[in-house]
Design a protein around this ligand. Structure first.
Ligand SMILES: Nc1ccn([C@@H]2O[C@H](COP(=O)(O)OP(=O)(O)OP(=O)(O)O)[C@@H](O)[C@H]2O)c(=O)n1
Ligand SMILES: C[C@](O)(CO)[C@H](O)COP(=O)(O)O
Length: 231
């Protein structure tokens, strides 16, 4: 099977899926844990593949699970699978290195955001296509945010009007993401952070509540409800 989805598409999506899922508790690597009877990664890839602009999907799998992940995803969508690294950033770099010639837009999307709608993939890619070299989906921060010091004593209340909670997929001109990873130092938690360090402006688009990251057991329970409700 070719690893290409839409040959006219201009978007490659990298899916870091090599994390352990420590915060979710003991079990299989998080991307392989079940949501509605199917691994999180299957849900994520199915939704990415439904986005019409997507040309190629590259999954960074846990190193010991590469063959199993290829087999798992074969009936879902044509994908390339590479071994991930010890940090998310290394997993993204490995997937980026495997993108074939062609796509000029690269999105990076956590397998853990399993219910992300295809429309968000399209809106992030569309903003890159429109001229923004780096694009992130964001949500407003809904809670009051406190800065806390030693002994759990509040130091102050943070002005949250300028704060945003950041999701994936994050989208980039391919050359911009490649240069940012080539220059990367200590691992950061997201790719936009690397691009910011290069002085490239990062543009925000509205995120989606359904793009929640399954991080803790509560998130998985919430995702189960959303899936059962048809998302
Ligand atoms: N070495 C790593 C670490 C993380 N990821 C991926 O990056 C995404 C976001 O990471 P997170 O949700 O924090 O996953 P984990 O690192 O698995 O979580 P934890 O810190 O609880 O172990 C996930 O899809 C995860 O599989 C990865 O590909 N390679
Ligand atoms: C990339 C990310 O999902 C954006 O919210 C997030 O930064 C991943 O961070 P984590 O600490 O590895 O969950």
């Amino acid at each position: 099977m070719t690893a290409q989805l839409n040959p006219r598409g201009d978007v490659a999506v990298l899916v870091p899926a090599a994390g352990a899922g420590v915060r979710l508790g003991p079990g299989a690597p998080k991307a392989l844990r079940l949501l509605g009877g199917e691994p999180l990664l299957v849900h994520a890839v199915r939704r990415i593949a439904a986005a019409p602009s997507v040309h190629t999907i590259v999954v960074a799998a846990p190193a010991t699970e590469v063959a199993a992940v290829r087999e798992l995803l074969a009936p879902v969508a044509p994908v390339l699978v590479v071994p991930g690294g010890a940090e998310r950033q290394a997993s993204v770099a490995a997937a980026l290195a495997a993108v074939p010639p062609g796509p000029d837009i690269v999105l990076v999307h956590d397998a853990a955001r399993a219910l992300t709608p295809p429309e968000l993939v399209e809106s992030v890619a569309g903003a890159v296509r429109a001229g923004h070299h780096a694009v992130i989906p964001v949500l407003p921060v809904v809670d009051t945010i406190k800065e806390v010091g030693a002994g759990e004593v509040v130091l102050g209340t943070v002005d949250r009007s300028a704060l945003r909670a950041v999701q994936t997929p994050q989208g980039f001109r391919r050359s911009v993401l490649t240069a940012a990873h080539a220059a990367a130092g200590d691992p950061l938690t997201d790719d936009a952070g690397l691009v910011e360090k290069q002085g490239v402006p990062v543009f925000c688009v509205p995120g989606s509540e359904y793009a929640l990251k399954v991080t803790r057991p509560f998130d998985l329970a919430l995702a189960e409800h959303l899936l059962a409700a048809g998302h």
